[in-house]
Design a protein around this ligand. Structure first.
Ligand code: ATP
Ligand code: MG
Length: 437
């Protein structure tokens, strides 16, 4: 992509409305624009990052054996009246009336819709387990939408729903999600901390929130310091093998609960306790037969008896992750994208656009790297070098390749890794292509 043609409305100044760094940088880097409070449009570069994150999430869900579906954003109120949540959900739910006076709503979550699909299609334990997920827009009329896409009203979520014949199967499905989440967040360059979450009124059930460390986060974090030495990507998990030992080990290491506020109850030794703040990027929940009982989603078990199906639901805040990743990875000059989700891997800077040698070298680099399948943004504009470097730093492209007349005289171009404290390397055009391909 040539920057001269790319719709990237960057801002020089910090927008006054943005309180936290990820919000400021997303606006300054031309990734999003607000349409109404907590409702955003995603511009080309922001959308590219959102799609890249979505893809990592999708790959991990697929690997865990879940199947992708797409459910409607608009749902009938009747389903929520059946589950008993229509009144409980309160003002966060956006309620709509159609021209025939039928009550509809914009889905804040999809337990009811998926349970309805299940009860009409599945009758026997032989068809279980089933895991279905979607990556889709939700609407919650948050009292205080803030921090940009971090707490929006309309936001992009991955939601997975598991159906099992018994509690043992349901816990197994839960564990698969637990490991899939660890892997997924690690691939996004994040240190995910699973924290035991409050399951509210439905006692005895299992729930974990996955928190990413950030001073601006809205959640308190307590965990064992040794957590930070573990890399979830090292978990070469065969999802069909028994996951329980892995999950046990990880949850013990994190055995942090809200009660850890009370040091006396805390299972982590004081000198091993990490306390901080973080952002909730995912949440897994095993809630048993709450919805299946209320909505009559039963299957016959091996003895021929009708039993309500055991369910869980598992969310990842895909749009919130864009902000969370920036909170975790930036410096004073701008964003530092992890390569796994960067909108472009290479930023090519022509230090003297219009100079024949520079233009020719850049055209070659641009063409050859594109041919090699490398996502590249080429700053071909007639702008000062300082402006170009600042712009590349702001948008966070992992590798910057600068081409100028002085270097070309010696047959070299300059390569810099974003976030590497300015370490630069000079190399020939051919080796630059080989290195980045
Ligand atoms: P929070 O406590 O932050 O309000 P929640 O517990 O209500 O979140 P869940 O119902 O667990 O949210 O939704 C699953 C995931 O969706 C969350 O872990 C979070 O990453 C994301 N999410 C929830 N609300 C929002 C929002 N308003 N804007 C962006 N992402 C959100
Ligand atoms: Mg939650």
């Amino acid at each position: 992509m040539r920057l001269s043609r790319y719709f990237l409305p960057t801002l020089k100044e910090n927008p006054a409305e943005a309180q936290i760094v990820s919000h400021r940088l997303m606006l300054r880097a031309g990734m999003v624009r607000q349409s109404a409070a907590g409702i955003y449009s995603w511009l080309p570069m922001g959308y590219k990052v959102l799609r890249n994150i979505e893809q990592v999430v999708r790959e991990e869900m697929d690997a865990a054996g879940s199947q992708e579906v797409l459910m409607p954003t608009i749902q009938p109120a009747e389903l929520w009246q059946e589950s008993g949540r229509y009144d409980d959900y309160g003002k966060e739910m956006l309620r709509i009336t159609d021209r025939h006076d039928r009550s509809l709503l914009y889905g804040p979550t999809h337990e009811e819709v998926v349970t309805d699909i299940f009860r009409n299609a599945v009758k026997s334990y032989r068809d279980l387990p089933i895991n279905l997920y979607q990556i889709h827009w939700k609407f919650r009329d948050e009292v205080r939408p803030r921090f940009g896409v971090m707490r929006g009203r309309e936001f992009f979520m991955k939601d997975n729903y598991s159906f099992d014949i018994d509690a043992a199967g349901a816990v197994r499905s839960y564990n698969k999600m637990f490991v899939a989440y660890l892997r997924c967040f690690a691939r996004l360059g994040l240190t995910p901390i699973p924290m035991r979450a409050d399951t509210g009124a439905i006692g005895g059930d299992l729930s974990h929130e996955f928190i990413v460390l950030a001073d601006t986060g809205e959640s308190a974090v307590y965990c064992d310091k040794s957590w930070f030495k573990t890399n979830p990507l090292d978990l070469d998990v065969d999802f069909e093998s028994d996951l329980q030992p892995i999950v046990d080990e990880w949850t013990t290491l994190y055995a942090a609960t809200d009660e850890m506020h009370d040091a006396a109850d805390c299972p982590v030794a004081a000198d091993q306790l990490y306390e901080g703040r973080g952002i909730e990027v995912g949440h897994i929940f095993y809630f048993g037969t709450k919805y299946s009982t209320a909505m009559g989603a039963t299957v016959t078990d091996s003895s021929g008896a009708d039993v309500p199906v055991e369910m869980g639901s598992h969310g990842i805040g895909v749009s919130r992750l864009v902000g969370a990743i920036i909170e975790a990875s930036h410096d004073e000059s701008g964003i530092i994208w992890p390569e796994s989700i960067a909108p472009f891997k290479v930023g090519l800077i022509n230090l003297r656009a219009g100079d024949d040698a520079c233009d020719a070298a850049c055209d070659k680099l641009y063409a050859d790297l594109q041919k090699a399948g490398v996502e590249i943004i080429y700053d071909d504009r007639d702008e000062r070098a300082g402006v170009k470097f600042a712009n590349m730093d702001l948008i966070g492209v992992p590798w910057q390749l600068a081409v100028g007349p002085r270097g070309l005289k010696n047959g070299v171009v300059e390569l810099k890794r974003r976030g590497s404290d300015g370490d630069k390397e000079e190399l020939s055009i051919e080796s630059a292509i080989a290195r980045l391909s």
